[in-house]
Write a protein that binds this ligand. Sequence first.
Ligand code: SF4
Ligand code: SF4
Length: 261
Amino acid sequence: MTDQPEDVTASPEGGIPAPEVPPTPADMPPYVSAVPGRGALASFFAPIAGFGVSFGNMFRPSVTEQYPREPANVKPRFHGRHQLNRHPDGLEKCIGCELCAWACPADAIYVEAADNTPEEQYSPGERYGRVYQINYLRCILCGYCIEACPTRALTMTNDFELAGPTRAGLIWEKQDLLAGLSEGMLTPPHPMVEGTTDVDYYRGEVTGATDAQRDWVREHRPDDPSLDGTPEGLAAAVPVGETRAAQQKITAAARREGGAR
Ligand code: SF4
Ligand code: SF4
């Protein structure tokens, strides 16, 4: 006959012991609120006390924004529509590296780079952004793309009026996003400032277009409006993109409809 192992679950009387019964709410101590109770007078006025807040605010100055009758008061660091910036001589800051597109959580940016050549130099260095698109149906204006941009080519403006005539009309192309020309700039393509490298541009050592750059543009594009350097010429040299022009038209009409003066 073999030895049997001892049954550890067995009670001294034999059999399986009954499980412990959990406590019921009746066994718990009564709830005591930590909030002090109201007096009789406070309890009497409690139902109408909320009106005190309304009356208190009736005589304060109104803070209602009058948009679109008046321009909206946007905070200076508000992240709105993007802008592709330029160096002081007019060359584009975008080098087509696609870091902004990789950083975008909404997959809203599409970039295609191309090589700069002596005849077609759009940015300092080897490459420039030939195709640049932002899809504002996807963009959530988070700003990750501008953080990722190594050249500060991409920044965000205060413009929040992003309207388009169609779904496709909310895909902004490079021409819609590029900043206009400022004083001292020339329309690309044109060579870099003589004797400089792309590093000089990034260090801010280029302060405007030189005579040699003007001569080059005069030789290759004698009718370029940016050559005269006037505000009208600079504006005419970089016409507003088709999508941006449509947005400006739509928002201007909406503002007028809303009573804009
Ligand atoms: S703001 Fe955000 S969502 Fe919009 S393009 Fe940049 S990274 Fe993408
Ligand atoms: S905007 Fe900046 S991050 Fe995007 S492709 Fe151009 S240089 Fe690169």
